[in-house]
Design a protein around this ligand. Structure first.
Ligand SMILES: [Zn+2]
Length: 359
């Protein structure tokens, strides 16, 4: 039995665990629900028992443990997570074994994995940008994720892109995440589909039109043709629309979907132009659910980003390589680093990356 580390990617709804050997082989994976609704102590207890079960599956004592967790975090303490509700949890509280442990921020740990093992393997400086329920970035400088002075670095999802725009759940106005996250794309499509279809359903509603919530969006709407074809999403009791469905509608030429998609691309191009001018990345690595749309996202985004930048080239956009496994693989790197193997991952073969994805 070769030595292994326990790697755990703790998300708001589920946890992905794995056992990863010194050569990068994933010998076991498992997942478990995050019992967020039962409070932070229950989440910590669940993590402890999950790590115990994973170690048991490995048939031996792990060499180290690495955890990717949300919120503010140092290598030794999970300082704060609004999502889970914990404060100042020492790394050792998560681990029922007397082995070295290292914590990492969830997105930055995924970025570390992309840097060492994935799309950024040949790159020194890049942005890892997972676009999912929210948007966060891992700023990779000299191959390592950079968290800033206090751990707030990389919150590109809350860069204001339309300052007179829609309120964000964070308390600010017009954040990138409000327009371009997968959930924002789905929510904005549903809202506008419902509002523009309302007159047809109830004669009492006067001429409702898609409401523009910001001058920038209003200007955009003013130059865009009104939806010419019926929206294919039911509006009487709207079924939840996913970003994937909006992407499919965009690809099929649905005007409203193209509108929403275009605004997401516009928002992303603004934020990425800012990032590019500040940090001169050699690439931008797109990940998360929205990036699954592939060229539907990357082609117009590259074009708009290029047009925004007048005196320099735009960095190339790349697709993330590790998918949903990035956080777990990054946690494995942290586990090996905790055990004293700072070069972990350097000689893991590309075949390792074809290991089965975490279920
Ligand atoms: Zn925000």
């Amino acid at each position: 039995m070769s030595s292994f580390v326990v790697a755990l990617d703790v998300g708001g709804t589920s946890m992905k665990g794995g056992l990863v050997t010194r050569s990068g082989e994933i010998i076991h994976t498992d997942r478990r629900a995050t019992p967020r609704d039962r409070g932070p102590a229950a989440v910590v207890a669940t993590i402890r028992s999950f790590i115990d079960d994973l170690a048991t599956a490995g048939d031996g004592t792990p060499t180290g443990v690495g955890l990717a967790v949300p919120g503010l975090v140092t290598a030794d303490v999970a300082l704060y997570s609004a999502n889970i509700g914990w404060r100042d949890v020492p790394a050792t509280d998560f681990v029922p074994l007397d082995v070295p442990v290292m914590l990492g921020h969830d997105v930055r740990t995924g970025g570390l994995a992309e840097s060492v093992l994935g799309a950024g393997r040949e790159l020194s400086d890049f942005l890892f940008l997972p676009i999912g329920t929210g948007i966060a970035g891992a700023v990779i400088l000299h191959g390592e994720p950079y968290g800033g002075s206090a751990g707030w670095g990389g919150e590109i999802g809350h860069i204001p892109v339309f300052p007179e725009g829609e309120p964000c759940a964070c308390g600010q106005i017009g954040c990138l995440e409000t327009y371009a996250s997968a959930s924002a794309v789905a929510r904005r499509y549903s809202a506008r589909a419902t509002s523009s279809a309302a007159p047809a359903l109830t004669d009492t509603v006067p001429t409702a039109s898609p409401t523009a919530s910001s001058p920038a969006i209003a200007a955009h709407l003013a130059t865009s043709p009104a939806p010419a074809s019926p929206v294919t999403v039911p509006t009487a009791s709207p079924a939840p629309v996913t970003a994937e469905q909006v992407a499919a509608l965009t690809a099929s030429g649905d005007p409203l979907a193209m509108e929403i998609w275009g605004e997401a691309v516009e928002a992303l191009s603004l934020a990425l132009a800012t990032y590019t001018l500040l940090l001169d990345p050699s690439a931008i690595v797109l990940g998360g659910g929205l990036a699954e749309a592939g060229p539907l996202l990357s082609v117009p985004l590259a074009e708009r980003l290029g047009k925004r930048l007048a005196f320099r080239d735009a960095p190339p956009l790349r697709q993330a390589a590790l998918g949903m496994s990035a956080g777990m693989l990054g946690a494995a790197l942290l586990g090996w680093r905790a055990a004293g193997f700072a070069d972990a991952g350097a000689n893991w073969s590309p075949d390792v990356l074809k290991s089965p994805r975490v279920a």
